[in-house]
Design a protein around this ligand. Structure first.
Ligand SMILES: Cc1cc2nc3c(=O)[nH]c(=O)nc-3n(C[C@H](O)[C@H](O)[C@H](O)COP(=O)(O)O)c2cc1C
Length: 143
């Protein structure tokens, strides 16, 4: 068992429309960094929003998350999960990635775009369940 294994799951809104090539460039860079830092996880890009799982040694995850939070390419960041975990959920991916289509998203029961939540803290808190559902749904498809 790895010591001090930490997981953060957050949602955010892209500040502009990401073209596929821009997402791939971001991912390439993220994967290189994450490999060096021992960080694994998954990034979902859904209708102009991001949901990301970061997992790895606590200090590395916390430091990277501080950097990611400052990134002007997204904003309205909300943390859904932040906790010590016993094992990694994405041990094979330095950053898995999926950008599901609207049709795929519509099949997820209870799905609403993170983008539409506004600032209501209760709605954001409730969105945790949707975020975790999306992660597990698209993790299976990618496996
Ligand atoms: C939605 C989103 C997710 C990101 N995920 C990661 C990541 O997993 N790892 C990473 O190193 N950078 C990630 N970044 C980029 C960082 O914010 C930052 O630009 C990068 O870590 C800087 O790397 P550098 O110090 O090598 O220039 C992400 C950015 C965004 C907008």
């Amino acid at each position: 068992m790895e010591q001090d294994l930490y997981q953060i799951v957050y949602g955010s809104v892209a500040t502009h429309l990401f073209e596929k090539e821009e997402l791939l460039t971001l991912l390439r860079h993220a994967r290189e960094n994450n490999k060096r830092l021992g960080i694994t996880g998954m990034l979902l890009h859904c209708e102009g929003s991001f949901i990301q799982v970061l997992e790895g040694p606590k200090d590395q995850v916390a430091t990277l998350f501080q950097v990611i939070k400052q990134d002007p390419r997204h904003h309205r960041i909300s943390v859904f999960v932040e906790e010590l975990v016993k094992s990694r959920a994405f041990s094979h991916w330095h950053m898995g990635f999926r950008s599901p289509s609207l049709e795929e998203l519509a099949k997820i029961e209870g799905y609403t775009p993170y983008l539409d939540l506004g600032d209501d803290p209760r709605a954001i808190q409730n969105y945790s369940a949707v975020a975790l559902k999306l992660i597990s749904a698209f993790k299976e498809i990618s496996d």
